[in-house]
Design a protein. Structure first.
Ligand code: VG1
Ligand code: CO
Length: 564
């Protein structure tokens, strides 16, 4: 049967501006009549007819509530906008790293990722839509800006209302429709095949299996992998259980993706993954614990007795040991990169190994150009993101496999690897204070206050003292980044640098769905004092950070929502 597309008149919605990683709003906002349609049409409009007509796109996400409805909308709009083919994960499931990989492997125009990542899901919580470009990475600012411009002026969208989408994505297969006289194909794929093949190619699965199962001479290395009811469950089962021989009962948990993540916050940190931390702390059988976020791009690593590895340290340790991973033996190690607020532990490794080092704004989209130019192999963010140039997104499962490869190679525990690293390089103590859902005006006023303060001529050189420790300001600015490949400029976060190398950074989150989240990043480097408690060591600097920002005065908050 031949189907005909129609044009539906619509009017713009305010606030459809993609943030750090796509558009994120409450589910009920995406449910408003025309809301999702408008945004999807604006993605097509921003790409332009020439690119969209005859193209293939990947579609999938973390399976959170409203994913299926959104996919049905995308199918109808794509068909009406002249897209030739959509490749969709079965039941709408594809992790963010898996989408990035598929875009690259299948050489398609891009992908639409349906996730609000680490934000909670379910009817009362968040949904999100993100567009990834042909290199597999999140759309850069100039693309998201173009999408946003379209959302402000949209007058109509195209859809094929009679295209029957009911249960279409439930069953694997290829379905061909005729829309406006042209073939339109929906291919429903297994979400894990290509991704598992990629991991098998990067790592030595034989060695990892021997590590996890144990051998005649070595006991099993016991892991506890927690998918937090997010999308990684699908991949954890295939990789850790089926390929590497982990026990489905005692080595993995929460591996069935739920559309509300079981009402937890699918964010792998010490606060929201406390359940895992407690299990590893209480059971000395476990040598490593790991957790992922909803869409599978973040990871948290803990060692025996829940020894915590900060993401900044994790990046540095990986950088220092990449040569034990087959992928890097084959492709070589180019430069390293981190987001600006990430502590500079990896910089010391880069220096020692003679590698180029880049510092970019917050958000994975800033790493893509450097990778495409062959200058970047490994990068990370303090927000539990780690990844390499195997794809253009951060990759939680990759990070855990990389850690296991290092553990296998060095035959050392997580804690001993860290301690050895700190003794060689010194230690960057790091903590982040998040104040979630603050009043937006109050948060803006606070940021304004900090900007004013650092702009004063007397600010540089000023000494702050707290708990007997003094810090003198060496430099303060609004961090601005000029992309070395395309020269685009991004300005985002206020930073205060002290003479001893310690830093305070203030920025507003770009991933929240309501109100404003203030982030204060605090870090300090110690050459010899490497075995203290991070929160104790950083206490004086934290206090100075609070004093400079006057956060309590502006927001009324006297404690952060989350400390990482
Ligand atoms: C946060 C993190 C940032 C990360 C982004 C997306 O952004 O700070 O490092 O890239 O989330 O991660 P913001 O603007 O809220 O600070 V994910 O796993 O939510 O896609
Ligand atoms: Co994520």
């Amino acid at each position: 049967m031949s189907l005909t597309s129609v044009v539906v008149p619509t009017t713009p919605f305010e606030g459809q501006k993609p943030g750090t990683s796509g558009l994120r709003k409450k589910v009920k906002v995406f449910m408003e009549k025309h809301y999702t349609e408008n945004f999807v049409q604006c993605i097509f409009d921003a790409l332009g007819e020439d690119k969209v007509k005859g193209s293939t796109l990947i579609v999938g996400g973390d399976g959170r509530y409203f994913s299926k409805q959104a996919i049905n909308i995308i199918i109808r709009l794509a068909s009406a906008n002249g897209v030739a083919k959509l490749i969709i994960g079965q039941l709408g499931i594809l992790s963010t790293p898996a989408v990035s990989n598929l875009i690259r492997q299948l050489n398609v125009l891009g992908g639409i990722v349906l996730t609000a990542s680490h934000n909670p899901g379910g009817i009362r919580h968040d949904f999100g839509i993100k567009y990834n470009i042909e290199n597999g990475g999140p759309a850069p600012d100039h693309v998201t800006d173009a999408i946003y411009e379209h959302t402000k002026n949209i007058k109509e969208y195209r859809t094929t209302p009679k295209l029957e989408t009911d249960r279409l994505i439930d069953v694997l297969g290829t379905y061909t429709f005729n829309v406006d006289g042209k073939d339109f194909v929906v291919e429903v794929i297994d979400p894990s095949i290509e991704y598992v093949a990629l991991m098998r190619d990067i790592f030595d699965f034989h060695k990892l299996r021997a590590l996890i199962r144990g051998t005649d001479t070595k006991p099993p290395f016991n892991v506890l992998i927690d998918s937090m009811n997010g999308v990684t469950g699908v991949y954890v089962r295939r990789i850790f259980v089926e390929e590497l021989g982990a026990s489905p009962d005692s080595n993995v948990r929460r591996i069935v993706p739920l559309d509300n993540f079981g009402e937890i916050h699918p964010d792998p940190n010490l606060t929201y993954a406390k359940d895992l931390v407690d299990k590893v702390k209480d059971n000395c059988e476990y040598h490593l614990g790991a957790a992922f976020d909803g869409d599978g791009d973040r990871n948290m690593i803990i060692g025996k007795h829940a020894f915590f590895v900060t993401p900044s340290d994790s990046l540095a340790v990986l950088a220092n040991n990449l040569e034990c991973i087959p992928y890097f033996q084959k492709n070589g190690v180019h430069g390293f990169a981190r987001s600006m607020p990430t502590a500079a532990a990896v910089d010391r490794v880069a220096e020692k190994l003679g590698k180029e080092m880049f510092e970019v704004p917050t958000g994975w989209k800033y790493f893509g150009n450097l990778m495409d130019a062959g200058r970047l192999s490994l990068c990370g963010e303090e927000s539990f993101g780690t990844g390499s140039d195997h794809i253009r997104e951060k990759d939680g499962i990759w990070a855990v496999l990389a850690w296991l490869s290092i553990i296998e190679h060095k035959n050392m525990s997580v804690e001993d690897i860290l301690k050895e690293h700190w003794h060689t390089y010194g230690r960057n103590y790091f903590t982040r204070y998040d104040y979630e859902e603050c009043d937006t005006d109050a948060a803006n006023l606070m940021m304004h206050h900090v900007e004013q303060l650092i702009g004063c001529s007397s600010f540089v050189g000023k000494t702050y003292t707290s708990s007997g420790k003094s810090y003198t300001v060496r430099k303060a600015d609004n961090f601005s980044y000029v992309d070395p490949i395309d020269n685009s400029v991004a300005k985002k976060s206020v930073r205060v640098l002290f003479e001893d190398g310690s830093r305070l950074i203030y920025r507003l989150s770009g991933t929240g769905s309501s109100g404003a989240t203030i982030r204060i990043y605090i870090d300090s480097y110690e050459k010899d004092n490497v075995l203290s408690e991070a929160q104790d060591t950083l206490k004086p600097l934290v206090e100075i950070g609070l004093e400079i920002s006057q956060i309590k005065k502006f927001t009324g908050r006297d404690a952060p929502t989350v400390i990482t």
